[in-house]
Ligand binder design. Structure first.
Ligand SMILES: [Zn+2]
Length: 113
């Protein structure tokens, strides 16, 4: 399950931020998850709860922002919405679509106190 290592990566970032800011507690972590990133939000939420136990982020709320997928269709020469990573263009049906958005996961915000 690759969500576990992703959750550990997020925790690392959160702990670094908390240490730098001298925070006592982490209240909220906002994560952006792209639809084309193949990250399962439910699995990630579960893993986040597990890895933050006994850390400064224990009990922190995790908010997940869904980022829609987008790609560049070579046939249409236009940016088109994409529902899946190796999906086809919704306009012309071509499979020559290069993913350009919603392919990654990133931390948008960390709320500490
Ligand atoms: Zn197209």
């Amino acid at each position: 399950m690759h969500e576990m290592s992703l959750a550990e990566g997020v925790l690392q970032l959160v702990e670094d931020t908390a240490r730098r800011e001298g925070a006592k507690r982490v209240k909220l972590v906002v994560l952006e998850i792209g639809r084309l990133s193949s990250v399962q939000p439910e699995a990630l939420t579960f893993c986040f709860d597990v890895v933050t136990r006994n850390s400064v982020a224990e009990g922190a709320a995790l908010e997940i922002v869904d980022v829609p997928g987008a790609g560049w269709c070579m046939q249409c020469a236009a940016t088109v919405p994409m529902a899946e990573l190796y999906g086809s263009c919704p306009t012309c049906g071509s499979h020559q679509v290069q993913p350009t958005g919603g392919t990654e996961m990133r931390v948008r915000e960390i709320e500490i106190e």
